[in-house]
Design a protein around this ligand. Structure first.
Ligand SMILES: *Cc1c(COP(=O)(O)O)cnc(C)c1O
Length: 361
């Protein structure tokens, strides 16, 4: 098998998704599975749908197009605000998009009219994390704009927390979103199909005992793929955290001094590393680097420690472990490492189906 490679266990992804779907169903919440870290993999999308997710969401229109072309049948939501320049593509490949800008809504309406379809709109509300969102005081005006554009349908409202500033999606924030939903419905005499409370950081709240209010949807990516909630990055009970792992090959293994010698300048990525003298150590180089993944998001096998990375080399201290050239090492990934590895043309993607590994198409 070629390396580096991502090994994707479809059965574990399926079980993670089904477990979350079932637990959240008890609370009246649907799951929109977020596929952005999978590059729109149709195989993974099919597993998510079989596990009972209500729809698929992605931040890139290209990924939604990939799944559409592969005939994945689902409601597709673009969860990043559309680029105005992509309005035509958005209407073509997404049923619904999350929006915050009137200019973009107008462009979507024109594109929808030209294409002869109706495009669904979720208006994202800013509740304090300071990434995307319409300030609550401005929401009614934007709702009015959407209702006045005949080729757009107001599908719902949503919010996104815990991404830019780590603001927790707690009971107070969710109650505020619920109040906004009820207020929009009574002011405008409409029904919102979706009130989307957030992402994997919402699971503590959603699976706790707080009143769910009007929230009926969460957009979940990391918790399904990596089995962790994201507020504290704790593993979620009953979920697999090793559904996707990264395997790479050792290209050098030598005992060397732990301190560099010579005049110190900058290293390949700018900073001179801080070295501690630990005497002679086994240093291992793996053929993996910034061009393949986010090295800071990797967890090495027990007994090994990552001491540095450049574009093509990952250097580890192997302690007393006997590691030989040609050995393969398996790493756990965080979300950043996963998205980068998925997007890297240098990383092969293989899928474990039953006991067989097959190339991802
Ligand atoms: C990425 C993203 C999600 C999914 O977040 P996870 O932490 O992976 O669950 C949800 N909503 C928006 C707007 C996103 O960008």
């Amino acid at each position: 098998m070629s390396s580096p490679r991502l090994e994707i266990h479809l059965d574990k992804i399926h079980r993670n998704a089904r477990t979350l779907v079932e637990r959240l169903a008890l609370r009246g919440i649907d799951v929109t599975a977020v596929t952005k870290a999978t590059l729109g993999s149709p195989e993974i999308a099919e597993q998510l749908l079989r596990a009972g997710v209500a729809g698929l969401g992605d931040s890139r229109i290209e990924n939604l197009a990939t799944m559409r072309r592969a005939r994945v049948l689902a409601t597709m939501t673009l969860i990043r605000s559309p680029m105005r320049s992509q309005a035509r593509l958005v209407v073509e490949h997404a049923d619904v998009s999350c929006n915050t800008e009137v200019d973009v809504l107008q462009a979507l309406a024109v594109a929808a009219r030209t294409a002869g379809r109706t495009h669904g709109v979720v208006l994202m509300v800013e509740l304090g994390d300071l990434r995307e969102g319409i300030l609550p005081a401005d929401l009614p005006d934007v709702v009015r704009v959407v209702l006045d554009l005949p080729d757009l349908e107001l599908h719902g409202i949503g919010t996104n927390l815990a991404c830019q500033n780590g603001i927790a999606p707690d009971a107070a924030k969710m109650a505020e979103l619920s109040r906004l939903a009820s207020s929009i419905e009574s002011t405008f005499g409409v029904t919102l199909a979706v009130v989307s409370g957030g992402n994997s950081a919402n699971l503590d709240w959603a699976l706790g005992t707080a009143d769910i209010g009007r929230i009926d949807d969460l957009r979940l990516g990391e918790s399904i793929l990596l089995g962790r909630e994201t507020l504290r990055r704790e593993p979620i009970e009953g979920l697999a955290t090793d559904a996707i792992t990264l395997v790479a090959e050792v290209i050098e293994s030598k005992v060397k001094p732990s301190l560099p010698w010579g005049t110190v300048g900058l290293s390949a990525f700018g900073v001179a590393p801080e070295a501690v003298d630990r005497g002679d150590r086994r240093r291992v180089i793996v053929a993996l680097g910034h061009q393949d993944t986010d090295p800071a998001g990797l967890t090495p096998p027990a007994g090994l420690e990552i001491v540095g990375a450049s574009s093509d080399h990952l250097v580890l201290d192997a302690g007393r472990r006997p590691v030989a050239v040609g050995d393969e090492l398996r790493f756990a990934l965080d979300y950043s490492a996963l998205t980068r590895a998925m997007a890297s043309p240098f990383v092969a993607k293989v899928i474990k189906v039953g006991s067989r590994m097959v190339d991802h198409r």
